[in-house]
Design a protein around this ligand. Structure first.
Ligand code: PLP
Ligand code: TYF
Length: 397
């Protein structure tokens, strides 16, 4: 009976990883998956994570089930980090926070919530966006359409197109926004532009839905990277925010994150939370405890919290530094007159090149000999800068 099952297409990002593993070159680099690498190209476990884990071992904590909504201490600190502990929405108990399975699981839980309580609404997503967004809403049976975001002429934001498309959507649509470090373009709106986006969303009675996968990891500052979310909250909007600790605490495989729903009253927040729990129960019953304890321990301890901020600055700083080195290298080597400054203007671990595959291979054969295969292979145009070593520094080419 399973004979009729057809082969699923491979995940485009995982496909790069598989091609990478199969390749025997000793100078290969995988720039597809968004995972931080050290200067030595190694995965990085943060020192604060090791320290928090040691604390946990010393305390001999048990492995009992968490409640459906997750670890209370985690839910508290995660909402505080995102909105700011003194934010009126926190003080007034207007945020429903549920620990979920990292960013992806939190988005998926929110999608299930939208499907159940807003069956006629659609979600607007940016063009382009992180590839998994479409999968998530498709599987949750939430209709979506795209709003313009990337302008190939400027390799920047198509701001007018974005506003026009958000305006043209049916009133009361959900608008998925990347809180910071837009994946895959690395192009974020300016504070003034965020203001105008909020104007239109408010005018249209839309509901903002933030995906925050890089708080603190993009700029190096937790507060700076929460700017957009806090601006919308300050305007009194109801909204959703999915959070992930994969990147900023390097907890990729621990699957730790949360979904936060800002409501207009604490009563509504309690009801929303009860429904999120009801959705989570038959899906996965309750979330994993390990990552939740790490986050709660790191944020809850002033010394560890400060150390975390320093390590985050270090990671964000290295990515910026690699961008600068790549920009310098390309500007010097590339004689085509192409403007490479977008590399410096974009933020986060991805860069959108604005080159198509044919151009990429053509330009890069001249410009970057060694990296070119992996540099351009990703279908999304994603380039993870965190692992780049320039050929000149490696002594070859
Ligand atoms: N959202 C965006 C925009 C991302 O780039 C990622 C990871 O790359 C995620 C969400 C979710 O990642 P995770 O499920 O590991 O938290
Ligand atoms: O977009 C990214 O880079 C992350 C990492 O099967 C990732 O989502 C990519 C593919 C995958 C799992 C994680």
């Amino acid at each position: 009976r399973f004979e009729s099952v057809t082969m699923a297409p491979p995940d485009p990002i995982l496909g790069v990883s598989e091609a990478f593993k199969a390749d025997t070159s000793d100078v290969k680099l995988n720039l597809g998956v968004g995972a931080y690498r050290t200067e030595e190209l190694q995965p990085y476990v943060l020192n604060v994570v090791r320290k928090a884990e040691n604390l946990m071992l010393e305390r001999g904590e048990n492995k009992e089930y968490l409640p459906i909504e997750g670890l209370a201490a985690f839910n508290k600190v995660t909402a505080d980090l995102l909105f700011g502990a003194n934010n009126p929405v926190i003080q007034q108990g207007r945020v429903a926070t549920v620990q979920s399975l990292s960013g992806t699981g939190s988005l998926r839980l929110a999608a299930a919530f939208i499907q159940r309580y807003f069956p006629d609404a659609k979600v607007l997503i940016s063009s382009p966006t992180w590839g998994n967004h479409k999968n998530i809403f498709n599987d949750a049976r939430v209709p979506w359409s795209e709003y313009r975001y990337y302008d190939p002429r400027t390799v920047g934001l198509d701001f007018d197109g974005m506003l026009a498309d958000i305006k043209a959507a049916p009133d009361g649509s959900f608008v998925l926004l990347h809180g910071c470090a837009h994946n895959p373009t690395g192009i974020d709106p300016t504070p003034e532009q965020w203001n105008k986006i909020a104007d239109v969303i408010q005018e249209k009675n839309h509901i903002p839905f933030f995906d925050v996968a890089y708080q603190g990891f993009a700029s190096g500052s937790l507060d700076t990277d929460a700017y957009s979310v806090r601006l919308f909250v300050e305007r009194g909007l109801e909204l959703l925010v999915a959070q992930s600790y994969s990147k900023n605490l390097g907890l990729y495989a621990e699957r730790i994150g949360a979904i936060n729903v800002v409501c207009s009253s604490s009563d509504a927040a309690a009801r929303v939370k009860s429904q999120l729990k009801r959705l989570a129960r038959p899906m996965y019953s309750n979330p994993p405890v390990h990552g939740a304890r790490i986050v709660a321990n790191v944020v809850g301890d002033p010394t560890l919290f400060n150390e975390w901020k320093q390590e985050m600055e270090l990671m964000a700083g290295r990515i910026k530094n690699v961008r600068q080195r790549l920009f310098d290298y390309l500007s010097q080597k590339d004689k085509s007159g192409k403007d490479w400054s977008f590399i410096l203007k974009q933020i986060g671990m991805f860069s959108f090149t604005g080159l198509n595959k044919a151009q990429g291979l053509f330009d890069c054969t001249e410009v970057i000999k060694v990296e070119r295969d992996y540099f351009w292979r990703n279908e999304f145009g994603n380039v993870a800068f965190a692992g780049v070593i320039l050929p000149s520094e490696r002594g070859g080419n």
